[in-house]
Design a protein around this ligand. Structure first.
Ligand SMILES: CN[C@](CCCC[B-](O)(O)O)(CCN1CCCCC1)C(=O)O
Ligand SMILES: [Mn+2]
Ligand SMILES: [Mn+2]
Ligand SMILES: [Mn+2]
Length: 302
């Protein structure tokens, strides 16, 4: 595996400080060295710098729109470049609003992709349906062709066009979905394996059905650490009880790795400041590292 790492220390898709510290925390935990030890070629593209747009007043309720738009434009270019260099792109967030730029840039480089979105949340609010105005709860609406009539033109977003079909999206791990999001998902018949299906089918069957459902397009795995149960990964901004076990989370990455289709991975919403203890932070960060190692060939059997 050839891996290109992009650090995206960005937090303005939500309101809690700390998530911008995750890229360096993940590196400090030995992510690159462990990828190399398991035989990956690793190129670190460093951390992107994002400018804070002044007077970034809410637009139709969405917060920090201009700053989020500018950050994602920069990220899109960076991911495109990593793909053009021939690597599997790894984007270390930062909050989940960054999926806008990551998936946009990935698509710009390779054409249409499948998205596997592992998350407690659907992140499919529109700017107008969101109750919080936090764009990390909205990235999917910016990306989906089918929702473009529901997303008003926003400042610093004119650079992007929708680039994902709802038919090429699968959710895994949902358990905290707002009514407005559920309505949108039903309308678009989005394929989703909530924690109910994970319980009913088991993670192995969920992954078989996910890959049978998807075409053979390159896969963009967008992994929100809050998909994992907060007992394992508490240091995150919007924890939700009843999440994936460590083993289920790892199995997802092992399964997608062996498809040979994995083309980009986001690891987002690790927030070291949201751990109550050092152990909380360590457990969260080391789980995120292990999930990424699973994407790139690490097998528990050795
Ligand atoms: C479920 N939607 C939330 C959370 C979004 C999480 C983003 B992610 O990237 O971490 O997945 C929460 C909205 N609820 C907050 C509590 C009261 C009810 C609404 C939102 O802010 O839209
Ligand atoms: Mn998310
Ligand atoms: Mn989430
Ligand atoms: Mn198929």
């Amino acid at each position: 595996h050839s891996v290109g790492i992009i650090g995206a220390p960005f937090s303005k898709g939500q309101v809690r400080d700390g998530v911008e510290c995750a890229p360096n925390k993940l590196r400090a935990a030995g992510l690159l060295e462990r990828l190399q030890q398991q035989g990956c070629a690793v190129k670190d593209y460093g951390n992107l710098t994002f400018e804070n747009v002044a007077l970034d007043e809410p637009v139709k309720g969405s917060k920090s729109v201009r700053t989020v738009g500018s950050a994602n434009q920069r990220l899109s270019e960076a991911v495109k470049a990593v793909k053009r260099d021939g690597h599997t792109a790894v984007m270390l967030g930062g909050d989940h609003s960054l999926a806008i730029g990551s998936i946009h840039g990935h698509t710009a480089a390779v054409g249409p992709v499948s998205v596997v979105w592992v998350d407690a949340h659907a992140d499919i609010h529109t700017p107008l349906s969101s109750n919080t105005g936090n764009i990390h709860g909205q990235p999917m609406s910016y990306l989906l062709y089918e929702l473009q009539s529901k997303v008003p033109p926003l400042p610093n977003f004119s650079w992007m066009k929708p680039c994902l079909s709802s038919r090429d999206l699968v959710y895994i791990g949902l358990r905290d979905v707002d009514p407005e999001e559920h309505y949108i998902m039903k309308l678009l018949t989005v394929k989703a394996f909530s924690m109910t299906q994970v319980d009913q089918l088991g993670v192995a069957r969920v992954m078989e059905e996910t890959c049978d459902y998807l075409s053979k397009k390159p896969i963009h795995l967008s992994y929100d650490i809050d998909a994992i149960d907060p007992s394992v990964t508490p240091a995150t901004g919007t924890p939700a009880v009843g999440g994936l076990t460590y083993r289920e989370g790892i199995y997802i990455t092992e399964y997608l790795c062996q498809t040979g289709l994995l083309s980009a991975v986001d690891m987002v919403e690790v927030n070291p400041l949201r751990g109550r203890t050092e152990d909380d932070v360590h457990s969260t960060v080391s789980t995120a590292v292990d999930l990424l190692l699973g994407c790139f060939g690490r097998r528990r059997e050795g």
